[in-house]
Design a protein around this ligand. Structure first.
Ligand code: FAD
Length: 383
């Protein structure tokens, strides 16, 4: 970017937005990050979905560029393979990479977000403004309207580059929807998810350093390890099935028949309480094109390509978006409008392919995993 055009606005201080602020800060731009929520580092309660995530190569490369890979992996747990749970409790390990031992890592969402926000704020030229919400964008005039949620004041803002990292329900993307030739497709899948928990006191009953999977055709459960030896368990199943499990008897009957070995680990009380007190979350896949508008607007991360979580690449692809953008920004002879156009041309097809792979893995993980390997290797269980 030309030296006289140095202001960048990032909307959304989630994983992708806060990493993006680090990259922009490292380049010396004057960066303002607007996040609608309060500062998660000051919250005492855990919030948000999927409290841990799998980080893999794409994500690590991006973290390395801003010197954060070691810090992040230092508090992550390596997962060397899948550990399949059959119905009768038979286990089968499927290493990801038996030859070179490459693995993925489980990392807490909030602790990762904290590392990224701290790193962003370490740059003098980056200002993070919490409780500031993008209300709408007048993209033809090149301005956004932001509300300070504390004072309720709404003000207009502009910059040389405005990046929407405001998640799957992006306000910036909504403004782009009205523009000519903008393609948009969203799919809510039949399955939703609910998070359960294996406490640290029972965590050692789980085989360590694996991503645990209970594949059961229409239902699937996974568990990822946490640093304190607890495990976060995610149950995926059709939303209609969640609706039919309305009382203790039906919940316990379901679990004791479908996931019997998980019952003593999660614990009956916790299982029933979570089911009766928590609404399952929906899963959405979003594709759109292009990812830029005009001379300054760009969307990245879930705002541009939310995907179902079965490939573990949503955040990783969002991190890769930032790496790709960063490389293009380093081409000093290009103007911002050329860079973002080039970014769309390079990126749209690639991330849509990852969205497709994620949808394919939706079937693979809950179903094919069992058919292809578990049964073929004559493991004892019936699915
Ligand atoms: P978000 O995390 O949604 O962050 C958006 C931010 O923008 C939020 O902080 C929000 O408050 C803020 N915001 C929203 N609207 C506004 C506004 N109007 N003004 C200002 N701020 C705003 N990915 C992986 O790579 N590996 C995994 O293992 C994995 N597991 C997953 C498991 C589940 C169950 C789910 C649902 C997803 C999983 N993902 C995984 C995907 C991953 O969570 C997302 O891809 C990632 O969070 C996207 O980051 P983001 O910053 O683009 O969006």
């Amino acid at each position: 970017m030309y030296q006289d055009r140095r202001k960048v606005i990032v909307i959304g201080g989630g994983l992708v937005g806060s990493l993006c602020a680090c990259f922009m800060g490292q380049k010396g731009y004057h960066v303002v990050l607007y996040e609608k929520r309060s500062d998660l580092r000051k919250d005492t309660y855990m919030r948000g979905r999927s409290i841990n995530l799998a980080i893999s190569h794409r994500g690590r490369v991006a973290l390395r560029s801003v010197g954060l890979e070691e810090t992040v992996l230092g508090s992550a747990i390596p997962m060397q393979g899948r550990l399949l749970h059959g119905k009768t409790g038979a286990l089968q390990s499927m290493p990801y990479d038996p030859v070179f031992n490459n693995c993925i890592y489980s990392i807490g969402r909030n602790s990762l977000n904290e590392v990224l926000l701290n790193a962003a704020e370490n740059y003098d030229n980056v200002k993070v403004k919490f409780d500031h919400k993008l209300v709408n964008a007048d993209i033809r005039r090149g301005v956004i309207r932001v509300q300070n949620k504390t004072t309720t004041e709404v003000f207009e803002e502009t910059a040389d580059l405005i990046i929407g990292a405001d998640g799957a329900y992006s306000v910036l993307r909504s403004a782009m929807l009205m523009t000519p030739m903008f393609q948009f497709n969203q799919t809510h899948i039949e399955h939703g998810y609910l998070e359960l928990y294996i406490p640290a006191s029972l965590g050692d009953k789980m085989t360590p350093n694996h991503l645990h999977i209970w594949p059961r055709g229409q239902f699937m459960m996974i568990a990822l390890p946490n640093k304190d030896t607890s495990w976060t368990v995610t149950l995926f199943m059709p939303l209609d099935n969640f609706t039919s499990l309305r009382d203790e008897d039906s919940i316990m009957y379901f679990f004791e028949n479908i996931f019997p070995d998980a019952v003593p680990l999660i614990g009956k009380n916790s299982l029933v309480h979570t089911f009766l007190s928590t609404k399952p979350s929906q899963l959405i896949s979003i594709k759109c094109s292009p990812h830029h508008f005009g001379s300054k607007f760009l969307i990245i991360g879930d705002a541009a390509h939310a995907m179902v979580p079965f490939y573990g690449q949503g955040m990783n692809s969002g991190f890769e978006d930032v790496s790709v953008l960063s490389e293009l920004l380093d081409k000093n002879h290009l103007e911002v409008k050329e860079i973002i156009k080039l970014y769309s041309e390079m990126r749209v097809q690639n991330v849509q392919a990852v969205c497709d792979l994620a949808m394919y893995n939706y079937v693979e993980m809950r179903d094919l995993v069992m058919r292809k390997s578990f049964r073929a290797r004559k493991a004892v269980d019936e699915v």
